[in-house]
Design a protein around this ligand. Sequence first.
Ligand code: PLP
Length: 407
Amino acid sequence: MQAIEWDKIRAQFPVLHQQVHGKPLVYLDNGASSQMPQSVIDRINNYHSMEHANIHRGVHYLSQTATDEYERTREKVRDLIHARFIEEIIFTTGTTDSINLVADSWGHKNLKEGDEIILSQMEHHANIVPWQLIAQKTGAVIKVIPMDESGVLDLEVYASLLNERTKMVALVHVSNTLGTVNPVLECCKLAKKFNAAVLIDGAQAVPHMPVDIQALNADFYAFSAHKMCGPTGFGVLYGKQELLLEMPPYRGGGDMIDRVSFSGTTFNDLPHKFEAGTPPIAAGIGFGESLNFLDSVGLSNIAAREHELLEYANHELSKIDGLQFIGTSTNKTSVISFLLDNIHPTDAGTIMDKYGVAVRTGHHCTQPIMEYYSIPGTIRASLSFYNNEQDIDALVSAVKETQSFFT
Ligand code: PLP
């Protein structure tokens, strides 16, 4: 890792420098939403103050500069994930929207009765429910890759589920509940033997590690800006050009058309065919600034720093009697789910909040994982590169305070 002054990076996040309930805020809910550095906040403010206009339509100066700035974000996303073409980058409102787009548009065109869709036990609801909806409409069947106690997928079962009826494999790259990094490269290779399409839910991967979409050879890849030091309401669907060209539009409206008449409508070229209506322009431009920020820190450096923090946290938390980790894969990101004695996770989270420690509690939109472990939920601390060892010390002490409160 390069010698990076992480304190100076942390200093750029204004939200972290405040007190809650009279205690310094310790923000450990980055898996749900990460925070924005000042440069991103300033970029969005400046857009609203001085640059606002609708994009893609106006001939006037403001419209054209807003369009250029917005489209520059698309170039940055292409560079980030090493996509071949700019047309392969579709802007959506987030991972959920991206997956719904594929399930609905690709699904209607490609699925029929008896076809099979493979998901895994550790999917976020966003990568389950859209497939259930399209399966109900088309008669396709969903198969599930099981996992073991440590939160690792069973690849032998996966290989045995694949067959010529498999049309789609939709997998999470990194589990938001367990932190497990799935072997998506291997999973893609196996799926390709049966010509199945592959969608990867990258919501928890792209913010934490370099991703090369061409090396991965996935057909679709989805992620959200708000987990990448960017604003809410904005996200990305990467799709291979040849598949996107064949897919019907998902939503109709302005911008996605070529020509409209009552005798019929023709559609715009990629990527606009999938981008109906006025998008969240400020969020798109702000996201471009987040990508500049992440690039300036370096995703490899981010991965290394977060791993360092994970190791420290695991080491310190494992000293606490009565704390049980959920998700112990050897290949994981800095997501730490745990249970504490027999304290309900929501109660634990409420007490920890009083010490300024923001963790997430509950099922984390992964109820099938909770079903597997027969638990109502977990306490989840998800770390970012702008956290530090003092944050982890505060977490440990809040955990101990919670235990003594309940005893
Ligand atoms: N997939 C995973 C793995 C996630 O962690 C999340 C959000 O937590 C989503 C999908 C949904 O993302 P969004 O709510 O930004 O659409």
